[in-house]
Ligand binder design. Structure first.
Ligand SMILES: *[C@@H]1O[C@H](CO)[C@@H](O)[C@H](O)[C@H]1NC(C)=O
Ligand SMILES: *[C@@H]1O[C@H](CO)[C@@H](O)[C@H](O)[C@H]1NC(C)=O
Ligand SMILES: *[C@@H]1O[C@H](CO)[C@@H](O)[C@H](O)[C@H]1NC(C)=O
Ligand SMILES: *[C@@H]1O[C@H](CO)[C@@H](O)[C@H](O)[C@H]1NC(C)=O
Ligand SMILES: *[C@@H]1O[C@H](CO)[C@@H](O)[C@H](O)[C@H]1NC(C)=O
Length: 444
């Protein structure tokens, strides 16, 4: 049986997860060398336009539409049935009741996201909830979630931002129960938590590129070194485990922005930012598309997989006044309003690229009986420049690769909302079985 080695994660438990800090070391460090360059938000405009056009063009655009049509469609209504509410479009509104846990009630918070521990002076960033334009999204109800997932299992396949969500989920759940660390390895990149009261398992699989990858020079820094990516070879570290899981949340993001060499069919086909004169720079959009294609194909060809695959969409960073390694920081103290920013540039292209691959996989999945669902967090998170650790992810004098972290999210914080979305979607899956042609509702 799993779990008898357990260190409990619950509040006040004498055995509470002592080595949480270790969990984190790798990850924070790892993410960021090639982060998004400074990104000034053009105040204004097209988001409103998108909204007003969206109600008429909901489901029909896919093949021949231009990228901007696709953008409008995706951002504003992504395949949503006409009169249902799209939970992913909305605005942040004040929530005096938040947060729902603290760094004292939950020991699963990784050091680098434990912003209060490192002296973040303001707490306002915790006190918002997501309000979809045409309906309400209830805040996370741990008891309800646990009932829905009784006897089931959930895997995160991703990088440290995916783990950030997993830790948020654990913190939300241990409000009403406890978890044991049932990890089968010492490797902090592969954790497994078991909730004995509900026979529910959450596991994380570290695979930041989703495909097989290794550093060209093993001695080079993980932060700036060149990686070889085998774009058509999904990483066996996760592919071999997926039949165990009922829910899989896939994501990938900032790692693809690093200098990388692309291999397909064993041949070098190009690179991103490798600066080699005889290698074509195909850009990170090429690899981003290919790694999702390869990853989704795994599920569509996996014998015995009966689960639901979620794509958790690109999580924007918010460096302003400089890049991650050159003075950029995220010092805002409240969310953007809807009309203060818009999705564009790298964020939009990464988002659109993965959503296009998702659509294709979903279409194929319908024939194969595999459910693909879009956990479409990008737009909500774009509005949260205030939710990152910035300099409060470490001690002030600590020499860390990314001093101001504008990529991960403080816990508690806005990333908790990803689990509000998740609960809604899991609920929806259950409801679907009972009344298939009732509301097709928000998620396709
Ligand atoms: C939690 O945050 C407080 C500040 O709000 C800090 O003093 C304390 O050390 C932190 N505790 C843990 C366990 O991280
Ligand atoms: C727990 O759930 C697993 C499936 O995840 C199932 O195989 C097992 O029988 C369940 N155990 C109990 C004690 O219900
Ligand atoms: C990496 O470093 C080790 C120890 O310094 C050295 O023996 C090895 O040759 C280096 N490898 C490469 C590929 O440079
Ligand atoms: C690029 O060309 C040079 C000289 O022709 C060759 O030595 C090198 O191996 C090539 N690099 C790659 C990555 O093919
Ligand atoms: C950017 O820098 C300017 C001038 O130093 C400063 O006034 C402004 O507050 C900074 N903005 C942000 C978001 O950091």
């Amino acid at each position: 049986m799993k779990g008898n080695s357990g260190r409990e994660l619950q509040n006040g438990s004498k055995t509470s997860l002592q080595n949480t800090p270790r969990i984190v070391l790798l990850l924070t460090a790892t993410l960021l060398l090639t982060i998004i360059p400074l990104y000034l938000f053009p105040l204004l405009a097209t988001s409103l336009a998108w909204r007003s056009q969206s109600s008429s063009s909901s489901s029909s655009s896919s093949s021949s539409s231009s990228s901007s049509d696709m953008a409008r469609d995706s951002i504003a209504g992504l395949g949503v049935a006409q009169h249902s509410c799209d939970i992913f479009r909305g605005e942040w509104v004040p929530n005096p009741n938040a947060p729902y846990y603290t760094n004292e009630s939950c020991r699963a918070i990784q050091e680098h996201q434990n912003c209060m521990k490192f002296g973040r002076p303001d707490t306002g960033f915790m006190k918002w909830r997501w309000k979809p334009t045409h309906c309400e999204l209830p805040v996370f109800n741990p008891a309800q979630f646990l009932e829905l997932v009784r006897g089931k299992s959930l895997a995160f396949v991703s990088d440290s931002v995916g783990r950030n969500q997993m830790q948020s989920l654990i913190c939300l759940l241990v409000r009403v129960t406890y978890a044991v660390d049932a990890s089968v390895t010492q490797d902090d990149n592969f954790r497994r938590y078991y909730f004995p009261t509900h026979n529910f398992t959450v596991a994380s699989f570290w695979s930041p590129f989703l495909v097989r990858a290794h550093k060209v020079d093993p001695n080079a820094s993980t932060y700036s070194g060149l990686f070889n990516l085998y774009l058509d070879e999904p990483d066996s570290i996760w592919t071999t485990k997926m039949t165990e899981f009922d829910y899989v949340i896939m994501s990938a993001g900032h790692w693809l922005l690093r200098p990388t060499m692309f291999y397909e069919g064993g041949q070098l086909v190009g690179c991103h930012n490798c600066l080699a004169p005889n290698v074509t720079d195909l850009t990170m959009y090429y690899s981003y598309r290919r790694v999702f294609r390869a990853a989704f194909r795994v599920f569509n060809s996996l014998e015995g997989f009966r689960g639901t695959v979620f794509l958790r969409t690109f999580s924007p960073s918010h460096f302003e006044n400089g890049t991650w390694d050159n003075g950029g920081d995220c010092v805002r103290r409240q969310p953007f309003r809807r009309d203060e920013t818009r999705l564009d540039g790298i964020n939009l292209k990464m988002y659109m690229t993965q959503v296009e691959e998702f659509r294709e996989a979903q279409r194929e999945g319908r024939e194969k009986g595999v459910r693909f669902r879009l956990l479409d967090t990008t737009d909500a998170m774009l509005l949260r420049p205030d939710g990152h650790p910035s300099r409060y992810g470490h001690l002030p004098h600590e020499n860390v690769p990314m001093y101001n972290d504008c990529v991960h999210w403080c816990l508690p914080g806005p990333i908790d909302t990803w689990n509000d979305f998740l609960l809604h979607m899991v609920k929806n899956e259950g409801g679907r079985a009972r009344s298939w042609n009732g509301r097709k509702s928000t998620i396709k």
